[in-house]
Design a protein around this ligand. Structure first.
Ligand code: 8OZ
Length: 360
């Protein structure tokens, strides 16, 4: 019997990977918040090392600025201390033979001053999302965000650029730009959250401008072969919507293809929910984009084997299964049963539900 493609090595852009199983970015809220949202505790290092048999690990979302933070104890990638902290993690993954990219992230309007050191959330337009924030003071409504000026948009693009540069200094193999799930980049792309009348709103080209400026800044900094992006064309998570996802994400995929980036990581369907949502043609995106297509959202072993063997995807990202199974790659190879993930420990401090899931 031949080894299924899922378990065979390949390249994702410039990154040589041992297999096509990707660890999805997973917010775990276990950075050192008291000292400045610093990753790299012994427990953080253990968590990533345990999972380094993944062909590629995508780090948890790491904010590019203090106001880009939307949840408690998420790590940043803008200070020297954060870069130092990430080094312990990337070193451990590399020593274990794995690869890891940083997911660089700005939450835009999905935050609250109690999480940002008092700063007002920013967004393309001053539209309040119907979402609550989880702050040290409990669950609270999110305020109306400040609509960015053109000059402020340039500053945020530069924060992503610096995030990419910092990621390389921290020893990462590249970056995934977080363009999904209703955060800042997605807020610009979708017409439900972007009502600007300048060069960053209105037409499809204008709504994709911010995303593409961020992509171009990261390419200029670290090279297209080390840049990827995560997109979720059909999610409604974090109160985003678009009247014509095929048109706007279709344009974006074509523009990304021209730039030769390493990968697009698609959340297919509703984030963490139904895959059966109409409105975007992923097979078209697969054919159009010449880089690596990473598929995500509710894949099990058989779906992943089929997706990669059929060429519908080049790689498959697993989230919850990687939380609960540090040795997910071995289990998928063997066809072994998987541990079930415990959602009550997804965002809690400490090792329980983090580094204590059993391996085979
Ligand atoms: C769940 C909880 C906190 C953050 C995302 C970064 O949706 C997230 C996230 C998800 O991409």
């Amino acid at each position: 019997m031949t080894t299924p493609q899922l378990f065979q090595p390949t390249h994702i852009g410039d990154i040589a990977v041992a297999n096509r199983i990707v660890m999805a970015p997973l917010t775990r809220s276990r950075a050192d918040e008291a000292h400045g949202d610093i990753p790299g505790s012994a427990m953080n290092v253990d968590y990533y090392r345990q999972r380094s048999a993944a062909g590629l690990i995508i780090s948890e979302g790491t904010q590019v600025s203090p106001v880009g933070k939307g949840y408690m104890a998420t790590p940043g990638i803008y200070s020297d201390a954060q870069v130092e902290g990430w080094k312990s993690i990337t070193n451990a993954v590399h020593e274990a033979g794995g690869k890891i990219v940083a997911q660089i992230w700005h939450v835009g309007r999905i935050t609250h001053p109690d999480l940002t050191g008092g700063a007002q959330p920013i967004a393309p337009s001053a539209i309040q999302p119907k979402v609550v924030a989880y702050t040290p003071n409990g669950k609270v409504d999110i305020p109306v965000p400040h609509a960015l000026s053109t000059a402020e948009i340039k500053d945020v693009v530069n924060q992503f650029r610096q995030g990419a540069a910092n990621a390389m200094r921290a020893g990462f193999d590249g970056v995934e730009i977080h363009g999904a799930n209703g955060y800042l980049i997605d807020q610009f792309i979708r017409d439900g959250s972007n009502q600007r009348t300048d060069a960053f709103g209105g037409t499809v080209e204008n709504r994709c401008r911010f995303a593409l400026e961020v992509v171009d800044a990261c390419i200029a900094e670290i090279g297209a072969g080390r840049v990827g992006i995560r997109l979720s064309p059909l999610t409604t998570f974090n109160d985003v919507s678009d009247q014509n996802p095929q048109t706007v994400f279709g344009y974006l995929v074509e523009e990304l293809n021209k730039r030769g980036i390493a990968f697009i990581h698609f959340i297919e369907g509703e984030t963490g929910g139904s895959r059966d949502v109409a409105g975007f043609d992923y097979a078209w995106a697969r054919k159009t984009f010449k880089g690596t297509y990473i598929a995500n959202n509710g894949y099990d072993r058989q779906m992943a084997l089929d997706a990669v063997d059929s060429g519908r995807a080049d790689a498959v990202a697993f989230g919850r299964s990687f939380i609960a199974n540090p040795d997910l790659v071995a289990r998928l190879k063997l066809g072994s049963a998987l541990n079930a993930a415990n959602p009550s420990t997804f965002y809690t401090p400490g090792p329980v539900g983090y580094t204590d899931y059993p391996a085979l």
